[in-house]
Design a protein around this ligand. Structure first.
Ligand code: 3PG
Length: 401
């Protein structure tokens, strides 16, 4: 079997080992959740942050909680943390105080008045321009709000921002329970998976997954590729792609990957059949294609039944499955069939199953299979960067164990 390319266990101080009684803790969580009409549309990330919040409250800490929400360029009332505060309060069954800003005199006063067990949620950290610039003045102001820092924001750990990185150098910094588990689960897949390791990749762009493919070529037993990204591979092979979505910048990379796969021990498996549509539309004319040369005027919108059956058989034999990216346009039936089949195969697989990336997680939720997977990462970009072997600034900045 191939050897691990690298192995590094989690060596950061854990919130479990922190002494926080009577202390004020600045807790960075990733509460970047989708909103719908001013309400939280999916509270998965809020729920995922509860164990660390509960642990800190149980230990008698007061909590200054901070997160970003979406990508505002400055203050934007439609991206205020108010809906998050409301949902968090319901889940905690305890009041959550809300600060009117991220930093400033009023925030400082509110933080200093917190009693043990109380939670103060700061305003959207990206309302401060210094957040994404990792501005030292903002990091300093944040550090003054507390005497201990805990980072549980795995989904944002790949960003070197003031709330994830800058502030961690100014206070004793601990890893939250979610962050720890995420790094543990994904590092195990990357460095020490139970064999055989089957990696299932999909989604639109091969360039988004290139780092992961490079990481696993020569390491995983099999890489199964579906989703629109397969058209970059087909174009690289000189096939007809019709009107399919082809990421042209990915074609050269796909050529290189195909050549490297030839020489490696990893089997790179591309689709053998497709489901075509005239356009990306629920009522569009469709047809099945036994093969992968897409005729003119048609576009490939899902991988076919033979491909998903083949992928399913391979997934069932895996010791570890890592899945990131849908197999087709799963939001639009009938182009959801292969993503559903892969989701069902992953859910039923006897091996250890880890799923990352917003779309594959959304697919699992849509098909009611989220509870049947061993680990669902709350991180999209962060999970990919960790798997690629890149350092996550939000983790690196924490104190060593
Ligand atoms: C995410 O949703 O992936 C994280 O919250 C990070 O958000 P960002 O991509 O806007 O930094």
């Amino acid at each position: 079997m191939p050897e691990a390319k690298a192995s590094r266990s989690f060596a950061k101080a854990s919130v479990r080992d922190s002494e926080v009684e009577g202390h004020r803790v600045l807790l960075r969580a990733d509460l970047n959740v989708p909103l719908d009409d001013g309400e939280v549309a999916d509270d998965t990330r809020i729920r995922a942050s509860l164990p660390t919040i509960e642990l800190l409250r149980d230990r008698g800490a007061s909590i200054v909680l901070v997160s970003h929400l979406d990508r505002p360029k400055g203050p934007d009332p439609s991206l205020s943390m108010t809906p998050v505060a409301k949902r968090l309060g319901e889940l905690l069954d305890a009041p959550v105080k809300q600060a009117p800003a991220v930093v400033g005199d009023e925030v400082t006063a509110m933080a200093s008045e917190l009693a043990p067990g109380e939670v103060l949620l700061l305003e959207n950290s990206r309302f401060e321009k210094g957040e994404t610039k990792n501005d030292p003045a903002l990091a300093e102001a944040l550090a003054k709000l507390a005497d201990v820092y805990v980072n549980d924001a795995f989904g944002t750990a790949h960003r070197a921002h003031a709330t994830t990185e800058g502030v961690a150098h100014r206070l004793p910094g601990y890893a939250g329970l979610l962050l720890e588990q995420e790094v543990g689960q994904l590092t195990a897949v990357r460095d020490d998976p139970k064999r055989p390791l089957i990696v299932v990749l999909g989604g639109a762009k091969v360039t988004d997954k290139l780092g992961v493919i490079d990481r696993f070529l020569g390491f995983a037993e099999e890489i199964l590729i579906g989703g629109a990204m397969c058209f970059s591979f087909f174009k690289a092979e000189g096939r007809d792609t019709g009107n399919s979505l082809v990421e042209d910048e990915g074609v050269e990379a796909a050529k290189r990957v195909l050549a490297e796969a030839e020489k490696s021990d990893t089997m790179l498996e591309l689709p053998e059949d497709l489901v075509l549509g005239k356009k990306l539309d629920p009522g569009t004319e469709t047809r099945e294609l036994n093969g992968v040369d897409v005729p003119e005027d048609w576009m490939g919108l899902d991988v076919g039944a033979n491909t998903s059956a083949n992928f399913g058989r391979r997934i069932a034999r895996a010791g570890t499955v890592f899945w990131n990216g849908p197999m087709g346009a799963f939001e639009i039936p009938p182009f959801d069939a292969a993503t559903r089949a892969v989701a069902e195969a992953v859910a039923a697989a006897p091996g250890h199953t880890v799923v990352g990336g917003g779309d594959s997680v959304a697919a699992l939720q849509r098909f009611g299979l989220a509870d049947s997977v061993d680990w669902i990462s709350t991180g999209g970009g962060a999970s990919l960067e960790l798997i690629e072997g890149r350092e996550l600034p939000g983790v690196e900045a924490l104190q060593d164990a």
